[in-house]
Write a protein that binds this ligand. Sequence first.
Ligand code: TXA
Ligand code: MG
Length: 340
Amino acid sequence: MNTEKIDIISGDWAQGVARAGEILRRGGIVAIPTETVYGLAASALDDEAIKKVFAAKGRPQNNPLIVHISDIKELESVADDIPEVAKKLARRFWPGPLTMVLKRKETIAKSVSAGLDTVAVRMPSSKAARDIIASSGLPLAAPSANISGSPSPTTAEHVIADLDGRVDAIVCGEDCTVGVESTVVALFSSPPRLLRPGAVTAEELSELLPDLVIDSAVLREPQKDMPVASPGMLYKHYAPKTETFLVEGESDNYVSFVNSKENCAAVCFSDEANKINATKIVYGKKDNPYILAKNLFSALRQVDTLGVHSVYVHAPDKKGMGLAVYNRLIRAAGFKVIKL
Ligand code: TXA
Ligand code: MG
């Protein structure tokens, strides 16, 4: 791959992790693999380092970052007034793709939380991520390692395509196994609120949080001028440059619809592919939302290589992990949903 200025850390793992830790300790920014998507990490204690993360991504200043820890014990160094239920959730779902929003501890840089008095925190299951956090000796703030608004990166190549020349280093690890970002749940007020669906599903959370509310922005466009619980939900997100539509409906209807369109591509389920005349990208089987999630962002990135005018993505069911895929797709489509 042609790269400009990025320091690519691969090969000897122990040495690479030590080098990443060193760069982070001196205020640098490093892209790191996690089980969900690649993150762009910086010290959560260092306002100047956090500013570099916002600048590298072109991220709106009012969109707060998630803090990553490598051990459950570190939770108390990030958050204050931790409710008992947060500890229960941590014991059940950590390490893993669950982020909890709690009261922010003073030591966490204000810029991490974009001025809010809350902080989002998670302990990744990716051993690579935890090795790097431990090696830095710091809580690490890490948004997804993409240019703000573009599809999140699930491979080292995606990161390099977006951020070459903008970050100090990238640690190359395995491709991300989950493929969409962590579940975000707000626990600092009652009732608990699901802000972003992910691989820890609403159904699983409800077992420990029976009064869980699903924020209206999960499935709909937030109303202009309304207060939004999670600023990240305000923006068009995950979007290819090609005009994208989300299509809901039965398989036969979807196939006929796409076949009636010109100069377009389809992002479809595997059993539809051979019936579609247009260029197509298969993102998995309809009944396996975990595979749909894993392939989703690569598929959305691929769309822009096809040279078509528009793309029609067949929507998954909104149950379980399907809700996370649907949530990303309505944003990728700028909320343009066609119901057949
Ligand atoms: O899986 C993930 O969570 C990945 C990997 C790298 O860990 N990170 C990630 O970060 O997705 P990012 O910045 O792309 O998304 C963070 C989301 C945004 O929607 C943001 O608004 C929300 O978390 N968030 C962060 N802090 C918050 C807070 N204090 N209150 C409400 N929402 C918050
Ligand atoms: Mg992101």
